[in-house]
Ligand binder design. Structure first.
Ligand SMILES: *[C@@H]1O[C@H](CO)[C@@H](O)[C@H](O)[C@H]1NC(C)=O
Ligand SMILES: *[C@@H]1O[C@H](CO)[C@@H](O)[C@H](O)[C@H]1NC(C)=O
Ligand SMILES: *[C@@H]1O[C@H](CO)[C@@H](O)[C@H](O)[C@H]1NC(C)=O
Ligand SMILES: *[C@@H]1O[C@H](CO)[C@@H](O)[C@H](O)[C@H]1NC(C)=O
Length: 421
């Protein structure tokens, strides 16, 4: 007779048997969270020292993060339905070849904060069998250029890659030769000083590139038409130059904050730029005229191979075509209002000029507009769309009524911490 009690006893027995079969103490425990469909299983922060052996073969999502797992040995995981695997915050250093052979459906693997700079050859072989991965997080593993390259082998459908906080120094085309489907790459907080020509160009789907917190000094020949968001914040960038190839750039957000720019960046002629972050640079340190002529000759030098000596690089000529809605120029060295720059930007709704040394908003123009000659045409100084405008912490002691009249849409004008009078 099999009554309800009998069934429960059988179940208990089965669990006990399974428990006895396993060798590690961790396998006796039940997962933290195990849903009805048995598709999700979380063992996060359970002090596991190895992957539990008894896992439901139907599992689709497995979380083993924040444990003490060091090795994944053969025969490895038999989880043919598994789609996501989180192994972040363990001490993973050896993954035996073949350990991932039977997780062929895996799409997302998170191995952030492990020790994968060890046994790179073997481990990368093991990861090589995961050729359906769309998302891979390798951040904080102490990886150098060669290790990263090996881990990216056979990743032809990979879309999102995170390499934050590793030891990358020099990026080269071979690194991404096997991962041409990438849409986003995060390489924040590495030691990158060099990006070889042709590294990112072949990644036609790349939209988001984060290179913040590296050691880049020059971006001399930006030609990544496909990218929408480029983050170069917190490098040591002195020059940002785009060659004038007349092609359409998709760039929408460019973050050059916390760098050493003396000159406004030379942005693409045709672009979609909406948000430009230039805070905490050295803009305004040079007088407007000096800045313009120095930048122009510097940019001409950069393009010396392009023969056309007559090309005058007028930084602002491209600015007129920007659909920019927000520009942050705070914490620079402007002593006067950068009229030439901002007057071109008629879609602007946010302008941040706080933490500069602006003493007056005057209308002294410099040469501007296309090219040489005594070709003055004073830019119009109206900001039809400007809604937020900060001039906090400057040396202003007066504002002309004329200026205020030209801000028809203003909602917030921040004038705190200016010269007392
Ligand atoms: C893991 O180990 C720590 C330290 O021994 C202990 O305090 C904690 O309760 C353990 N956690 C679990 C889920 O067993
Ligand atoms: C760029 O990266 C820095 C550093 O992580 C971050 O603070 C900033 O918000 C990012 N910029 C954009 C536009 O996402
Ligand atoms: C303007 O810049 C200052 C200084 O960098 C910053 O504290 C403030 O949040 C910025 N305001 C906006 C609206 O971006
Ligand atoms: C305009 O420029 C002239 C000559 O450079 C200077 O003397 C004058 O003070 C400037 N005007 C303002 C309002 O800054």
């Amino acid at each position: 007779m099999i009554g309800p009690t009998g069934r429960i006893t059988n179940l208990l027995l089965l669990l006990l048997l399974r428990g006895n079969l396993s060798t590690s103490f961790s396998q006796l425990r039940t997962p933290l969270h195990y849903d009805d469909t048995q598709e999700h299983s979380s063992w996060s922060s359970q002090n596991l020292s190895s992957v539990p052996e008894v896992l439901d073969v139907r599992l689709m999502h497995l979380d083993l993060s924040r444990n003490f797992i060091r090795h994944i040995n053969s025969p490895g995981l038999y989880l043919p339905s598994l789609k996501t695997l989180d192994l972040s915050y363990n001490q993973l250093q050896t993954i035996t070849e073949g350990a991932f052979r039977d997780v062929t459906k895996l799409q997302e693997l998170n191995v952030a904060r492990n020790l994968l700079s060890h046994n790179v050859d073997g481990n990368s072989q093991a990861l090589g069998s995961l050729n359906r991965l769309r998302r891979l997080d390798l951040s904080m593993n102490g990886l150098d250029d060669d290790a990263a390259e090996l881990y990216l082998r056979k990743k032809s459908v990979l879309e999102h890659l995170d390499l934050t906080g590793n030891l990358l120094m020099q990026l080269a085309p071979k690194q991404f030769a096997d991962s041409r489907s990438l849409r986003s790459i995060n390489m924040e907080n590495n030691l990158i000083t060099v990006i070889e020509k042709g590294t990112f160009e072949p990644l036609k789907k790349l939209e988001t590139l984060n290179l913040a917190k590296n050691n880049l000094v020059y971006i001399c020949d930006f030609k990544l038409h496909q990218i929408k968001l480029l983050n170069l914040s917190r490098n040591s960038i002195e020059v940002f130059f785009t060659s004038t190839d007349g092609q359409m750039y998709n760039l929408e957000i460019l973050d050059l904050s916390y760098n050493k720019l003396l000159y406004f960046p030379m942005i693409p002629t045709t672009n979609q730029l909406r948000s430009l972050h230039l805070q905490s640079n050295m803009l305004g340190f040079l007088e407007a005229d000096t800045m313009l002529s120095e930048a122009s000759s510097l940019y001409r030098e950069l393009k010396a191979d392009d023969v056309n000596d007559a090309v005058e690089y007028d930084i602002y000529s491209n600015w007129r075509m920007m659909p920019l809605t927000s520009i942050d120029l705070s914490s620079n060295h402007f002593r006067s209002f950068p009229v030439e720059a901002v007057s071109q930007l008629t879609s602007l709704s946010t302008l941040n000029l706080s933490n500069n040394c602006i003493q007056a908003i005057s209308y002294n123009m410099t040469k501007n507009g296309g090219g040489h000659g005594e070709n003055f045409h004073p830019p119009s100084l109206t900001f039809p769309s400007l809604r937020f405008f900060s001039l906090q912490n400057n040396g202003l002691w007066q504002l002309s009524l004329f200026f205020l009249e030209n801000l028809p849409s203003i909602e917030t004008l921040n004038l705190r911490q200016n010269a007392e009078h």
